[in-house]
Design a protein around this ligand. Structure first.
Ligand code: PMP
Length: 290
């Protein structure tokens, strides 16, 4: 068995009576992004678009970069990761440890990171996993994360809502596709950084909830969202700290944002069924920022 064969099939944690969360830190490189990295790379290998020694290029806030660098180390690819300078040092160290090379762009500038990735891919013929626009990103969560949640909640209760922040939007749109077939009345709620409320119609700004609020809607179909909740970086960080100290759930800031948004929504709406969210990554990659 290879490390990448252990991706997915993560546990579903009970956070409170009505709130359940996919514990994605169980993936081998520590985040939900192992799912799309393996899915897209496996697909490219099957289509013979990738062979040993080739170079993969991607733009990322870090976790996709870590995930791709991990699989590349396992399978013998080279990796170039384009990312904004203000992403955590731990993320950069992990990418480098797996053998990836980092190309910096200015703080929070995902548009530039994506444009530079495309230029580099075209110029050098590097394989572009294209996470922000790749339908395989959605398909992966539809066929894996969403299906797992359906199975894991079967004996717990009906799902009233799913609530989570979006980066590429792949997690949100993929899980939704699976769950909405079983629960057509399910509410779909996004959360985004209050400092950069782009999907709510506000201005793009820098924020510290790495992994979500990348400055665009990307794969998110805004028409399917029932609500968008705003969470500040400080609130997300404090909620993550409390999950760690009071529950032993060692997760990063976007997980804090997801849990807080879900708790606020549950408090206000008192749903009949349960609410699901995800705990996207492990807290180690934020130690310098807590
Ligand atoms: N949280 C974290 C920590 C992430 O790294 C990401 C991925 N950028 C997300 C949430 C959002 O996932 P997605 O790209 O599928 O919207």
């Amino acid at each position: 068995m290879r490390p990448s064969d252990t991706v997915g099939n993560t546990p579903l944690l009970k956070i409170s009576d009505k709130l359940y969360a996919k514990f994605e830190v169980f993936n081998p490189s520590g985040s939900i992004k192992d799912r799309i990295a393996t899915y897209i790379i496996n697909n490219a290998e099957q289509k013979k678009l990738l062979k040993k020694g080739d170079t993969i290029v991607e733009a990322t806030s870090g976790n996709t970069g870590i995930a791709i660098a991990f699989i590349a180390a396992e399978r013998g690819y080279k990796v170039k990761i384009v990312m904004p300078k203000n992403m955590s040092e731990e993320r950069k160290q992990m990418i480098r440890l797996f053998g990836g090379e980092i190309i910096d762009v200015e703080d929070g500038d995902f548009d530039r990171a994506i444009a530079l990735r495309d230029e580099l891919s075209a110029k050098h013929g590097w394989f572009n996993t294209n996470q922000f626009f790749n339908p395989l990103n959605i398909e992966c969560h539809e066929k894996t994360t969403g299906v797992e949640i359906l199975r894991q909640t079967e004996n717990i209760g009906k799902i009233s809502a799913m609530i989570l922040g979006t980066g590429t939007g792949g997690t949100m749109m993929g899980i939704r596709k699976t769950l909405i077939k079983e629960y057509p009345k399910m509410k779909v709620i996004a959360c985004e950084p209050a400092e950069s409320p782009v999907m709510s119609g506000g201005e793009h700004g820098t924020h510290g909830i790495q992994g979500i609020g990348d400055g665009g809607k990307f794969l998110v179909d805004l028409k399917v969202l029932d609500e968008i909740l705003l969470i500040t970086t400080e609130e997300a960080k404090e909620r993550a700290k409390k999950l760690i100290k009071e529950k032993g759930i060692f997760v990063g800031f976007s997980s804090g944002a997801n849990v807080l948004a879900a708790e606020r929504w549950i408090q206000k709406n008192n749903p009949e069924g349960i609410v699901v969210t995800v705990l996207s990554d492990r807290a180690e990659r934020y130690l310098s920022l807590f």
